[in-house]
Design a protein around this ligand. Structure first.
Ligand code: SME
Length: 160
């Protein structure tokens, strides 16, 4: 049984340190990428307060396709360059969006989402997918969240 949980009053860097450590423990030695994404999506849902959606989109034949996630059912296919996920996948750069309504082309999969963080997962210089996290709060994400999810993406580069 896995019983990972952050302390209720933990600081963000500590939450992410524990999250990455738990993700490492869960995915070490497991070669099935879907299983690894599923467990990490579950961890994200457990560890991150004030978030309504967290999970993966995978790069498949030049477009993003929905992967394992924690949250409500979401858009299945996203073209490169479209929305926050498509921008992250096309540019290879993290998108930290304080107000999704101000982001041109934002895709509203869940009408509750107000801010969003999308981090590309890169393997051998190519974007193989993105980690997407949504919050119902404005400006939920900051540099600590970006650093934490980028560390997670780096860990998962060869495990998904
Ligand atoms: N809002 C995202 C789409 C994915 S959902 O949030 C799960 C976007 O604009 O790319």
């Amino acid at each position: 049984m896995f019983d990972f949980a952050p302390a209720a009053d933990a600081a963000k860097p500590d939450i992410y340190r524990d999250l990455v450590s738990a993700a490492d423990a869960l995915t070490t030695g497991e070669s099935d990428g879907v299983a690894n994404m599923a467990n990490v999506a579950a961890l994200l849902g457990e560890f991150l307060p004030d978030c309504n959606w967290a999970g993966f989109y995978r790069m498949v034949d030049g477009e993003l396709v929905l992967g394992p996630f924690s949250g409500r059912p979401a858009c299945i296919r996203i073209a490169l360059g479209v929305g926050v996920c498509g921008a992250a996948a096309q540019s290879g750069e993290t998108q930290l969006v304080k107000d999704v309504h101000a982001f041109p082309g934002h895709i509203a999969c869940d009408a509750r989402s107000r801010s969003e963080l999308v981090v590309p997962v890169v393997r051998d210089g190519k974007v193989i997918g993105v980690i997407d996290i949504d919050s119902p709060d404005l400006a939920r994400f900051d540099e600590d969240d970006r650093d934490g999810i980028e560390a997670l993406a780096s860990l998962l580069s060869r495990r998904i």
